[in-house]
Design a protein around this ligand. Structure first.
Ligand code: NAD
Length: 270
């Protein structure tokens, strides 16, 4: 068999949630340049329209909230009307508190003060949103007895945040990475295994991709500390996950389900 064909997504229909975000845009481009028709789904419509416009395959933008089943059912109907099938689902949308944009100041990010409403909101998007998309879009896949679902987790679903990373040069804690994000990503990894086992006989594969931190305009001191803590001595480029996405989405990973593919520059090895 020609090896390139193994990785081809020609004729496939792929949904990317959170497609307007940093990694989502990359994923949408990667899938399209591998031949897939891409559905860019996000609450932010304008950015998805812009990205879709430049893609080489027939691709569309849909505004939907992954926390709303009604919104996702409307999206599903629109996709089926347009393409008639769903082959690939990338559950990428999440609330991701970033160093470059922390959700709140020091006091409120302390575990002892962390608002339960905030905890619930993050769990709702990151876990229930993933669950909703798998249920609504994955059900179309099982009817066709074929499909690949990739749930995006994080190194923080595997290891705890080292809060000293979030200190400035003088040792002052700037904020704390919240308890909600790692909890949600750990749940995504467990949920993936559940669904892989549950849908294995339906021909639908379900895997997790766990990325490490992407360099994206954080302060120099943070980048230096993160890189030092990483065996490959750098943060990720946003394109570093493209290969893993094509691998998991395509027939190249046809005997793989329930796995967690960790692409983190070695962060979780020590
Ligand atoms: N950026 C990193 O360093 C990093 C590292 C590890 C894992 N991840 C994971 O990768 C994924 C993408 O991260 P990112 O940095 O690109 O995030 P991002 O914040 O840039 O993008 C997230 C996107 O999700 C969308 N979204 C949020 N809530 C939504 C909802 N209810 N319905 C529909 N869309 C919604 C947002 O509008 C946004 O466009 C996330 O799952 C994140 O946890 C990111």
């Amino acid at each position: 068999m020609e090896i390139n064909r193994l990785f081809s997504l020609e004729g496939k229909v792929a949904i990317v949630t959170g497609a307007a975000g940093l990694i989502g845009e990359q994923i949408a481009q990667t899938l399209a340049y591998s031949g897939a028709n891409v559905v860019l789904l996000d609450i932010e419509l304008e950015k998805c329209i812009e990205i879709a416009f430049d893609l080489p395959t027939e691709s569309i933008a849909i505004q939907a909230d992954i926390c709303s089943e009604e919104s996702l059912i409307n999206a599903k109907n629109e996709i089926l009307e347009k393409f008639g099938r769903i082959d690939i689902l990338i559950n990428n949308a999440a609330i991701n508190e970033k160093v470059e944009n922390p959700i709140d100041v020091l006091e409120s990010t302390k575990f002892e003060n962390f608002p339960s409403e905030m905890f619930q909101q993050i769990l709702n998007v990151n876990i229930i949103g993933t669950f909703n998309c798998c249920k609504i879009f994955g059900s179309v896949m099982i009817n066709n007895c074929s499909g690949s679902i990739i749930n995006i987790a994080s190194t923080y679903g595997i290891t705890a945040p080292d809060q000293s990373l979030y200190k400035d040069k003088d040792g002052n804690q700037l904020f704390y990475k919240s308890p909600a994000y790692p909890t949600s990503k750990g749940a995504v990894i467990a949920f993936t295994k559940y669904l892989a086992a549950y849908w294995g006989h339906n021909g639908v594969r379900v895997n997790t991709l766990s990325p490490g931190g992407v360099e994206n305009g954080q302060n120099e001191y943070f980048i230096e500390k993160y890189s030092e803590r990483t065996p490959l001595k750098r943060m990720a480029d946003k394109s570093d996950y493209n290969g893993a996405i094509v691998f998991l989405a395509s027939d190249a990973s046809s005997y793989m389900t329930g796995a967690n593919l960790v692409v983190d520059g070695g962060w979780t090895t020590w």
